[in-house]
Design a protein around this ligand. Structure first.
Ligand code: FAD
Ligand code: DLZ
Ligand code: SF4
Length: 508
């Protein structure tokens, strides 16, 4: 009997579990552009355009390879508007009762599939190195889950950068060679631009008409939309970016959104690239002398370490994870996140490029927009929904642990051992933003004081009880305790006044 085979927008791989299990001769692949997925947060237009174009091209590839594909475009009058709705419609049309699906990356959709009256088989998503069972086994009985130890297991499991049972170069982690600030370089290579094509053109018009009012630009469209393009972008990065990736991975530069970053998470998360193929290319570059170990190890760690680790956390913590708010932060997300003018140059840069490209690199997400939201006491669920909406690579399984956990410390320390907060001094050290800012990074108080300085101490004071006994925060509190009382009172008063202005929607 005919079965339906569901392929979601972020499952665009011919090796995806549901396709491997299906029968090409008799089964029907269902792919659908649906309002419920496109609207559950106000996604950036580039994210929707990337995904719909990649979905349409992938459907064509499947057809060329002999599959029967029932593809529904967003503007199809018969579109049922949701993934379960489309499955029901096609079940009736093809007389199917059974559905093969690969586990979605969000509890929301897993629950919706469970709730359909159809007989849905959810197969594990084995594009990841670490299954749910394996992660649970690793996590069981540990007092704290720390990425570094998990990562070592993944190195052993994959054999990547291993010299027998020892790590290549005698160390697991070369971060002490990294974290350098970068200098402007007019000759730095940008990721390759896509060629215009009819499929992309049609999707851009559709997205402009339906989602043109969402936060974010749509043209010029900057990304690749098929596997060949994604591979080209990966090879381009391995040649031009990887050698300097390690040294400058935490650096930020005015008007230079990508620096030496790979800009591949959107392709990897959508299924256009695979974890091992990426890491093996990076590893080969090291053994061929084309990239140094600190860069290659650092890059591989992000993918087989952090990426697998946060996925493990998401599925282990369960559907309630995004509601955590241990610091009881209640502020609404300030309108600067949606593009309102700000005098804080670092925020203007990080949010401006997010608006233009649906991209910001890790340190911009963590130490600029994330840091500011945490210092200002923004409700973490609002921060979560923003990140999920505005980045082309965002799906809840990867976004939520990074935002709720790593960036906002709302889970009380499941992901991070301390909150990622900093004053302006860190931003000044790692970027050239402060030079062009209306605020003065050296000023701790007064009319020109950098807001990150005011809010940093304000945060430490507010949360002293929770954090003062954390050994990784001890130095911060020792510095604080050396401040004289009058200075502290001024900081508190000025921070309060700043937050009031922020709350009233004034330009800050
Ligand atoms: P590079 O800096 O070149 O890194 C290479 C690859 O490593 C990335 O493509 C990605 O696959 C992986 N990686 C690096 N860091 C992480 C991490 N912390 N977690 C998971 N994978 C990682 N990543 C997403 O893919 N989707 C998200 O929605 C997302 N939201 C984030 C929110 C916050 C607050 C923070 C701090 C980080 C978030 N990240 C997210 C992680 C990271 O910022 C992005 O993966 C990265 O910026 C993507 O750009 P790139 O491909 O140029 O990555
Ligand atoms: C993100 C997204 C969007 C915008 N649109 C669709 C869509 O129309 N059809 C689809 O199958 N998938 C879409 N996606 C990706 C899903 O939201 C994603 O599969 C889930 O969030 C699980 O990761
Ligand atoms: Fe950001 Fe403060 Fe530097 Fe301005 S001075 S760019 S607000 S860190």
């Amino acid at each position: 009997m005919v079965k339906l085979v569901l392929v979601l927008g972020d499952q665009l791989s011919p090796e995806i579990a549901a396709l491997r299990r299906a029968d090409k001769a008799s089964d029907v692949v269902v792919m659908a552009e649906v309002a419920s997925e496109a609207e559950y947060v106000p996604h950036h237009p580039l994210k929707i355009a990337f995904l719909f174009t990649a979905m349409r091209k992938f459907a064509s590839e499947l057809r060329e390879n002999g599959w029967t594909v029932a593809y529904t475009k967003l503007d199809d009058p018969e579109n049922a508007g949701s993934v379960p709705g489309e499955l029901l419609r096609h079940a009736e049309k093809y007389g199917a009762e059974k559905v093969l699906a690969t586990e979605p990356g969000e509890f929301r959709l897993i629950e919706a599939l469970h709730d359909t009256p159809l007989d849905v088989t959810l197969l594990p998503d084995d594009r990841f190195l670490c299954s749910h069972a394996e992660f649970s086994e690793w996590a069981e009985g540990r007092k704290a889950l720390r990425m570094e130890y998990f990562y070592r297991e993944m190195r052993r499991k994959t054999g990547l950068l291993m010299d027998g049972d020892k790590p290549e170069g005698g160390q697991w982690n070369f971060d002490h060679d990294n974290r350098k600030p970068a200098k402007s370089d007019l000759f730095r290579e940008e990721p390759p631009k896509p060629r215009a094509d009819d499929v992309l053109g049609e999707v851009l018009d559709l997205v402009e008409a339906r989602f043109g009012g969402n936060f974010g630009a749509l043209r010029p469209f900057p990304y690749q939309t098929d596997r060949a393009g994604a591979l080209h972008a990966l090879d381009h990065f391995i040649t031009h970016g990887l050698p300097d990736f390690g040294a400058y991975q935490d650096a930020m530069l005015q008007d230079d959104p990508y620096l030496y970053h790979a800009v591949i998470a959107l392709y990897l998360n959508a299924g256009l690239l695979g974890v091992l193929e990426i890491c093996k290319k990076a590893e080969a570059a090291y053994y061929q002398g084309r990239a140094p170990l600190n860069s290659v190890e650092g890059f591989i760690r992000q993918i087989i370490g952090w990426r697998e680790f946060v996925r493990g956390i998401y599925f282990r913590e369960g559907p309630d994870y995004t509601n955590h708010n241990v610091l009881n932060h209640q502020r609404k997300l300030p309108n600067v996140y949606w593009g309102a003018k700000t005098h804080m140059n670092c925020m203007a840069q990080a949010i401006g490029q997010t608006q233009d490209l649906a991209y910001a690199h890790h340190i911009q997400r963590l130490m600029i927009t994330g840091n500011f939201a945490l210092l200002a006491g923004v409700d973490p669920i609002e921060v979560h929904r923003w990140y999920l909406a505005v980045y082309a690579d965002a799906y809840e399984w990867v976004e939520a642990p990074n935002v709720i956990g790593m960036s906002q410390f709302a889970d009380g320390g499941v992901v991070a051992s301390k909150p990622y907060v900093s004053s302006g001094a860190y931003i000044d050290r790692m970027s050239d933003y402060c030079k062009s800012c209306r605020y003065r990074v050296k000023d701790k108080t007064g009319p020109d004081a950098c807001p990150f300085n005011l809010l940093y101490w304000y945060f430490l004071i507010r949360h002293r009880e929770r954090f003062q006994s954390n050994p990784r925060m001890a130095q911060m509190y020792r510095t604080f305790d050396k401040m004289d009382d009058r200075h502290c009172q001024t900081v508190l008063r000025e921070a309060d006044a700043f937050l009031d202005r922020l709350e009233r929607g004034e330009t800050v």
